[in-house]
Design a protein around this ligand. Structure first.
Ligand code: BGC
Length: 355
């Protein structure tokens, strides 16, 4: 026990919070820990701000850490949140396998952990809250098929350590498989983009274009960041805007690219619904209350791995495919992305009315 506490203290010293909202002393308020994989994707810092604000509005103290895509550091930071007295911890996992160790430790100390957006592979989770990720993949492939339903297709998957990447791929393949089987579509490249890093996507796409002699008819990419990376490589070959490509997240840059006619589609996931529902569950779990509205899924179903055992209380929000046809209504008029940013490259006279 003493050894364990001193180990935890050591971890606490090594992994001092990069920033904390409120002081770390426990003044009787509920302490909510947030553990982010990274702030490289546009959505995560936004959700960090949102979750912090929501937690504080519920009277909680919120402590937040970011692991810069280092799965081991993230585990240290989660243990550090335990040392700091977290009553509940919300984790956006860098690696759904590695993070299971930290979740198991928290659970053994009676601290509930919520897997936010990305699954962590342990049935010791108190909750998994996310979007319908298989539907994201379906929306990506369907959006591409609407404009290009034959020829040479490239699959650009997400980070191989992110369970979502496989769920997106599952949805994509449900839609593409019949056309692959009939020979209408040929998969000429099938890659995963480590860390969801846009720079990696540029290099991968450059290599694919070289290997295929630019003979690519469509790219099923799994989020806006990697799609925009691939678009950079396509643009260098004069192919941007001619080769359909999918994204996800309805980021500012992604929405701009749709308006500019380069990105074919994105998938809108309203984090303004996900964050409040998460904080509501987090406070209930911290108070030891029962949570409702969840559905139990087996880890085998959630990981697509039939050997995984156990089940997890889960909650999923729906997703919306975004193309140039509905971008204004879904992304701009709803206030998700700012009008001025989305239409930055469009002359004032050709812009839709300001919402
Ligand atoms: C999220 C996406 C995000 C990606 C990269 C995925 O787990 O669901 O919204 O674009 O990670 O951060």
């Amino acid at each position: 026990m003493v050894k364990k506490i001193s180990m935890l203290l050591l971890v606490a010293l090594l992994a001092l919070p990069l920033f904390a909202s409120g002081d770390a002393e426990n003044d009787g308020r509920t302490v909510v820990g947030l553990s982010f994989s990274d702030f490289a994707t546009e959505r995560w810092p936004r959700e960090q701000a949102l979750l912090t604000q929501l937690g504080q509005e519920s009277g909680a103290q919120v402590i937040s850490q970011v692991a810069n895509q280092d799965a081991k550091l993230q585990n240290d930071q989660i243990e550090n949140l335990i040392v700091q007295g977290a009553d509940v911890i919300v984790v956006i996992a860098q690696d759904g396998g590695t993070a299971a160790t930290a979740v198991d430790i928290a659970a053994s100390e009676g601290i509930p952990v919520i897997a936010y957006d990305r699954l962590i592979k342990t049935s010791n989770l108190a909750l998994y809250i996310s979007f319908n990720n298989v539907a994201v993949g379906r929306a990506q492939a369907e959006g591409i098929l609407k404009v290009q339903d034959s020829g040479n297709f490239v699959l650009l998957g997400g980070s191989p350590t992110d369970n979502n990447a496989y769920l997106f791929r599952q949805g994509q393949m449900e839609v593409l498989n019949p056309l692959i089987d009939s020979g209408q579509i040929t998969i000429v490249a099938d890659q995963w983009v480590e860390n969801w890093d846009a720079a990696n996507a540029v290099t991968l796409m450059e290599n694919i274009l070289t290997a295929t002699n630019n003979n690519v008819d469509a790219v099923v990419a799994s989020n806006d960041g990697t799609a925009l990376g691939a678009l950079q490589a396509l643009r260098a070959q004069g192919l941007a805007g001619n080769v359909p490509i999918s994204g996800q997240d309805a980021t500012v840059a992604g929405a701009q690219s749709i308006v500019d006619g380069e990105l074919t589609l994105s998938v809108y996931k309203d984090i303004r619904l996900l964050a409040p529902k998460t904080m509501e569950f987090a406070i209930q779990l911290a108070n030891g209350d029962e949570i409702s509205d969840t559905v139990d899924y087996t880890l085998a179903e959630l990981t697509l791995d039939e050997n995984a055992s156990g089940s997890i209380a889960s909650f999923f929000f729906p997703v919306v495919q975004v193309t140039e046809d509905n971008l204004y209504d879904v992304v701009v008029a709803s206030g998700f992305q700012p009008y001025d940013d989305v239409y930055r490259n469009v002359p004032e006279s050709q812009r839709p009315p300001r919402p």
